[in-house]
Design a protein around this ligand. Structure first.
Ligand code: MN
Length: 325
């Protein structure tokens, strides 16, 4: 190192120290991150094969069936993602007919296209791009999910995500309910570039509380990043945490994660540092593990085999209510 640079370096260090002193409360924001400060990446799942759910959802399943990450995301139980696809105009209804759920919450995020929901509690809603449908199946509900009629007739670009959150044992039989969260209701934190934003769905980001309440502690962020945007945040170290790249292309904690890749984070302390290489859309999921035994059978997720048998029996007896096809 030549002398001139050394002096400059020393001066700079001295100045930075003063700056730190003067803005002690802001220290975290200007601190340089060393690799040791970063939360580890456990693995990155490539896009999986697609399968059809009914005739309307062409999905990739990241968990529970994703290679290597089974049971890593409790209380999140299932993540199905219908990556962007064009549906042609259709006269035939497209979607999933009447079916039951018990023991979980099902959450549908519309990114492109529109989906219509009906359930046996009399709830009905249409979710349009940016909207979320948050259904608590609890003790039992029947529902059906179809492409919205006009969208179905004209066809168009479709992109949807469905997430199941397992309910803790003590809330398995909570009464079913339905919440429609439209885009404009989502609490928004605008980032430094003035355009990128974190929409807080559940939990908290920078002191802003999410719009939805789950039955166990969860954090969910709908993240919209412009090209070259930087995002840095932390999540509780014992929470199971993962990030799906819905659109775009990012680097996260020095790992490349392109579109449709799912990043499983380690359960450890550390910053999550994201750089968007193009306009990107992310889903951040983080939750306290339930640490309870569970048994799943199709649309039911309970704690014991007995409870699954009971769910099937109750469904067959019509205890989940009634819903027209
Ligand atoms: Mn369903």
């Amino acid at each position: 190192m030549d002398r001139k640079k050394f002096i400059t370096g020393t001066l700079f260090t001295g100045f930075a120290a003063l700056f730190h002193k003067a803005f002690a409360g802001k220290e975290a924001a200007i601190e340089k991150i060393s690799k040791a400060d970063l939360r580890g990446v456990e693995g990155i799942l490539s896009p999986t094969n697609t399968h059809m759910v009914g005739n309307g959802f062409k999905v990739m399943n990241y968990f529970p069936n994703g290679k290597g990450f089974e049971e890593r995301m409790s209380p999140f139980f299932l993540l199905d993602f219908n990556a962007e696809v064009k549906f042609p105009p259709s006269d035939i209804a497209k979607g999933v007919g009447v079916h039951p759920h018990r023991g979980i919450e099902t959450i549908t995020f519309a990114y492109k296209g529109s989906v219509e929901h009906h359930d046996s509690k009399g709830n009905h809603g249409v979710i349009n791009p940016g909207d979320i449908q948050w259904m608590t199946a609890g003790g039992g509900v029947l529902h059906k999910e179809y492409h919205e009629q006009t969208f179905n007739r004209t066809g168009g670009t479709f992109e949807m995500l469905q997430l199941w959150i397992n309910l803790p044992a003590k809330h398995k039989m909570t009464p079913a309910k339905y919440q429609s969260i439209v885009h404009t209701q989502k609490p928004k934190v605008v980032l430094a570039d003035g355009k990128s934003a974190v929409y807080v769905i559940a939990g908290e980001y920078n002191g802003v509380k999410g719009v939805a309440n789950a039955f166990s502690p969860v954090i969910m962020y709908d993240v919209h990043l412009e090209e070259n945007a930087d995002l840095e945040f932390t999540l509780p170290q014992h929470y199971n945490s993962g990030i799906l790249v819905i659109d775009g292309n990012i680097t996260i904690n020095e790992q490349k994660a392109p579109e449709n890749h799912y990043v499983q984070l380690k359960n450890e302390a550390g910053k999550i540092k994201i750089k968007a290489h193009q306009k990107s859309l992310l889903m951040v999921l983080s939750g306290e593990p339930l640490n309870e035994p569970y048994v799943s059978y199709g649309p039911f997720v309970m704690n014991t085999e007995e409870e699954i048998k009971q769910a099937i029996e109750d469904y067959n007896k019509g205890k989940f209510g009634f819903l027209n096809d």
